[in-house]
Design a protein around this ligand. Structure first.
Ligand code: APR
Length: 236
């Protein structure tokens, strides 16, 4: 097989690194409501609570125990060894585990936990500490103008036009560790199918969009992804 590859990842690929998913029984949305912490309205209503939610997730991500797992590493190996064309990771995840595993061609369509966004001047400063309603922008000195660089429900995900074009041109679309509940990501497989791409779902269990995939393998990402990458690279 040759041609470009687009890999969509979700929270499931980071689960075995120790980060929570959203919709599993022990997921984030089992303990806190989306409308309380992950919408623009929540941020207007109770900014300190929203900062607190993301500050806690940022601290959890920065725990030294949280490291990229074999699935993240396998995708970095695919990117650096695939001769058939470009490999792009389109991730719904806001963690930096793909980067830390060595992947470089990544689009974080739901934002990044380790960046802030200034609502006054628009810069995206690196962020490894806590944000608060009085945090100052390092560029424009705007006080209280920083928000998490996270795409909230009701906001437009990032890189949508570029991602659409990459999926419409790819030969292989692989979805890993996502429940297929959130659009537009949940609809990416339809774009790939319409383009005649090979479509593969690698997940712990069938996602909401499972029927749209031509191939499906179920199990843990750290078991499925290295095997799948080895097959693609002809080293299985
Ligand atoms: N290996 C593979 N898949 C796994 C594993 C694992 N070890 N553990 C869990 N999964 C699967 C679950 O079965 C589930 O289908 O990962 C998926 C996680 O689904 P969600 O929790 O819904 O996460 P995700 O699909 O990434 O959510 C999409 O929703 O809340 C928003 O913005 C948030 O980006 C997120 C978006």
């Amino acid at each position: 097989m040759s041609g470009s590859i687009v890999v969509l990842t979700g929270a499931g690929i980071s689960k075995e690194s120790g980060l929570s998913t959203f919709r599993d029984a022990d997921g984030i949305w089992a303990t806190v409501k989306i409308e309380d912490v992950a919408t623009p309205q929540a941020f207007v209503r109770d900014e300190a609570r929203v900062h607190g939610f993301y500050n806690a997730r940022r601290r959890a991500l920065l725990d030294p125990a949280v490291q990229p797992n074999d699935a993240h590493v396998a995708l970095a190996i695919l990117e650096s060894n695939w001769q058939g064309g470009e490999v792009t990771i389109v991730t719904q995840n806001v963690d930096d585990l793909h980067e830390r595993a060595g992947s470089q061609n990544i689009r974080h369509i739901h934002g990044e936990l380790l960046k802030a966004r200034c609502m006054a001047c628009g810069i995206l400063p690196e962020l490894r500490g806590d944000l608060s309603p009085t945090s100052k922008c390092p560029a424009c000195d705007g006080r209280g103008s920083l928000r998490p660089h996270i795409v909230w429900f009701g906001e437009m995900p990032l890189y949508m036009e570029e991602v659409h074009d990459k999926i419409a041109a790819c030969s292989l679309f692989v979805s890993i560790g996502t429940s297929g509940n959130v659009h537009p990501a949940a609809g990416f497989v339809e774009i790939a199918r319409a383009a005649g791409a090979r479509t593969v779902e690698l997940n712990l269990e069938p996602s909401a969009g499972a029927s749209a995939f031509a191939e499906k393998r179920y199990g843990k990402a750290t078991e499925l992804v290295p095997v799948f990458v080895a097959e693609l690279l002809g080293v299985a």
